[in-house]
Design a protein around this ligand. Sequence first.
Ligand SMILES: *[C@@H]1O[C@H](CO)[C@@H](O)[C@H](O)[C@H]1NC(C)=O
Ligand SMILES: *[C@@H]1O[C@H](CO)[C@@H](O)[C@H](O)[C@H]1NC(C)=O
Ligand SMILES: *[C@@H]1O[C@H](CO)[C@@H](O)[C@H](O)[C@H]1NC(C)=O
Length: 802
Amino acid sequence: MLTIPHSLILYAEVIQKTKTQMASHSQHSVFPCFFFILLCHFLLNIARLVSAQKPVFACDVDSNPGLANYTFCDKSLDIKTRVDDLVKRLTLEEKIGCLGDASVGAGRLGIPKYEWWSEALHGVSYTGPGVHFNSLVPGATSFPQVILTAASFNESLFETIGKVVSTEARAMYNVGLAGLTYWSPNVNIFRDPRWGRGQETPGEDPTLTSKYGAAYVRGLQQRDDGDKDRLKVASCCKHYTAYDVDNWKGIQRYSFNALVTQQDMDDTFQPPFETCISEGNVASVMCSYNQVNGIPTCGDPKLLAGTIRGKWNLNGYIVTDCDSLEVMFDNQHYTKTPEETIALSLNSGLDLNCGSWLQKYTQSAIQQGLVQESVIDRALTNNFATLMRLGFFDGDPTKLPYGNLGPKDVCTPANQELAREAARQGIVMLKNTLVSKTFQGANSYGLPLSPSSIKSLAVIGPNANATHTMLGNYEGSPCKYVSPLQGLAVSVSTVYQAGCSDVSCGTAQVEEAKKIAAGADAVVLVMGSDQSIERESLDRNDITLPGQQATLITQVASVSKGPVILVIMSGGGWDIQFAKDDPNIHSILWVGFPGEAGGAAIADVIFGLHNPSGRLPMTWYPQAYVDKVPMTNMNMRPDPATGYPGRTYRFYTGPTIYKFGDGLSYSTYEHSLMEAPQTISIPLAEGHFCLSSNCLSVDTDEQSCSNSSFNVHLKVKNNGNMPGSHTVFLFSTPPSIHNAPQKHLLGFQKLHLIAQAEGLAKFSVDVCKHLSIVDELGKRKVAVGKHVLHVGDLKHSLTVRI
Ligand SMILES: *[C@@H]1O[C@H](CO)[C@@H](O)[C@H](O)[C@H]1NC(C)=O
Ligand SMILES: *[C@@H]1O[C@H](CO)[C@@H](O)[C@H](O)[C@H]1NC(C)=O
Ligand SMILES: *[C@@H]1O[C@H](CO)[C@@H](O)[C@H](O)[C@H]1NC(C)=O
């Protein structure tokens, strides 16, 4: 999405107005002009506040009783009947006016303008023009950026956050400050560590990404009354598909052609989108800017009508990324005229345009015979049906379910506590070693720090007092901030030095920082990045810490007399081998962009009020990896012929800094296998060709495949003396046919165990769904032979027979 911070848009509006006023009032003195601007500003704010009390909706029968006669306003009828009635009543001009995100509606039918573009990636966000914050609702709960929430590996948390976000979104809608349609989540695969938008995603693994996407979508969309036809808010899985290059060494997402094999497409890039639909019942999918194998995704009938609509059966609408249609024409020169562009998209299955090209060019495209009116009707039917499921055509929303929500339901103490809890659950402890110098006379680990033993804590680093940085991108105005420094200062006395003027850390103030470190009982360094290093439209070139950060860290650590804790705040991973190896650095935490309460959550982990349980949702590669691998090579699988090493834990076998799934705890956990079969047989129909020949695999679409499943049960014991949560991963290594992944995640389960307690992790494995792999042609198959299950830290062999 092309994004401009909301405050900037407003600012630009004011500047624009000021310029006009200046020009027309230039003969007057400055004072009245200034006064006039102030007055304008004041009136504008009043106007916003007044208009902000009322939500946007159609079929307002209270003010216009005649509308009650329209079938489409009749709440007692089914959605299809109502939408058909509505579309039939619209003139062609009205229809076309409703094809852009700024839908003009149809005033004569009581259908108001509607802004489709709202965002809620990790809280209601000001990124889209559908959301406004003002004195009525100055902020919304800002949860951790998605990559950190994903690190919690807690599916119920994903859903709970979605639920809170949709409650706040509905509350803001009711007072006219937000829409009902949210273009979140981002379920693209974090394929390359340099990607600036990796922070928005749940990481590199298709299983985790699929589960996150479905759970977050359910949280946003599902209503408490269980009515599946209706939506609380509508969400959108984006960016479809194989989109994960923004701007790398001048290669822009607007013209990038992702060359993707059928196999990678079907076992890496597509599954999260499919799951969004099949398990999340998502109301929308957004096509991306890039091309896939030479075809722009928003103009590919196979991807849109064929796969999303046909094969996956989307119940909802397909929308472009913002200005994707212009991009197809201007940047990609894929089409010869704007009309040809929009016709291609509509005919491919597109329903809505973020941008104005459909509104501008559909009329002429119809005149040129490039698109039929029936195609427009199909698009509008999908769009309006979504709004109808949201209650948009049911009259005054304050009289409908969720109608009692309002500003009092935004930023509640419980919601803010969940933001803190989510950050705590996600934080990953990557290193925790004994403090070799005699600290407080005892053998002790770097973490947790005991506040009573610390008279003075040095808090150092460009992110040590971070506020806005903690939110990451696609943020909203938060309820409030607790910076790391503020969080730590609640329990101990602190001394603070930024150490660098910003995260790029051109010159570090090493001596000043060393001085406060040497005088303190312990040191917390909060380093990493912000949106100036990794963001939308900006991929990284290097994955070493920016500027002189490493020098600052090493120097500070060398003079500290007590524990040294390195906290990395970032979206992506880093080559921090130097810190991993440095005995003066006792502990390392990765805290993502931890959201508004990030500092409080960091302090909870550092002081042992919370036992860390986050696990990395992506591989941390060495710098040598990015030196060697072009970001634009989409292949997941290694290629021995060229030395290409492949990507992610599923295919890459080279050196790493930290691995997918890494993460330590203050407890140790013991695993023992309670139940798992040694062999599994897939029954085959009589006369099946595999019975007479030697088969390597069975197609999963065979009927016999569908009902084979088995249990894997694992006993887990918390051997520590703190309560803690522990994620059990179930991976499988399939027989090596068809370039199968060396290992892939079948599922994960998080258990909460008090000290010394035992629990059971139970997995139900569907042979065809979970053990299968995708062949070179995109066909799902279960390999016959030995599959190795990795459960917790155990391995178990399982033979699949036919
Ligand atoms: C609704 O339709 C009925 C029957 O056609 C008509 O008598 C009535 O006046 C209409 N009501 C309004 C408010 O237009
Ligand atoms: C930390 O940041 C907060 C919020 O921006 C600011 O009020 C405070 O003065 C900062 N603290 C220090 C020690 O600079
Ligand atoms: C998962 O998150 C939920 C919601 O915050 C929490 O109640 C639960 O304890 C978490 N599960 C584990 C195992 O930590």
